[in-house]
Write a protein that binds this ligand. Structure first.
Ligand SMILES: [Zn+2]
Length: 116
C-alpha cells in the first residue's frame, strides 16, 4: 500500500470527527442571532482568521495577492477594527470566530501529521 493511501486511511476517523463537529457547530450557530447581519453574513462566508490576515496586509502585499491595488491601508485598518469590535460584542460572531480558530488549529495539526 502506498504511503499516501495509508496516511489518508489513518486520517479518515479524524476527518469524520471534524465533519460531525462542524454539523454540531452549525446547529449551535443557527440558534444565535447576529447583532449586525451585514457583518455576520460576511464573517460566515469568509474564514475570520483569513479575513483578519488579508486586512492586515500592506498595500504592496495586497496588490501582489489581488493583482491590483485594493483600497488603502487606512480603510482596511478601520475595517479590521470594526470587525474586531463586532466579534467582541456579538454573541454569534464571537462563537464563529472561536470555531474558525479551532478549525484552523486542527488543520495545522492535520498538515503536520500528513507531512510526517
Ligand atoms: Zn455578528
Amino acid at each position: 500500500m502506498s504511503d499516501i493511501i495509508s496516511k489518508t486511511i489513518n486520517a479518515t476517523p479524524r476527518l469524520l470527527d471534524l465533519r460531525a463537529k462542524s454539523r454540531e457547530n452549525a446547529m449551535r450557530l443557527s440558534k444565535i442571532e447576529c447583532t449586525e447581519p451585514m457583518f455576520g453574513n460576511w464573517l460566515e462566508t469568509h474564514s475570520i482568521p483569513v479575513l483578519k490576515e488579508v486586512l492586515s496586509m500592506s498595500d504592496e502585499e495586497m496588490t501582489e495577492v489581488m493583482g491590483r491595488p485594493a483600497g488603502d491601508g487606512y480603510s482596511r485598518e478601520r475595517m479590521l477594527a470594526a470587525i474586531n469590535t463586532h466579534i467582541l460584542e456579538c454573541p454569534r460572531c464571537s462563537l464563529q470566530a472561536q470555531l474558525d480558530s479551532e478549525l484552523e488549529e486542527s488543520m495545522i495539526t492535520k498538515t503536520a501529521v500528513a507531512g510526517m
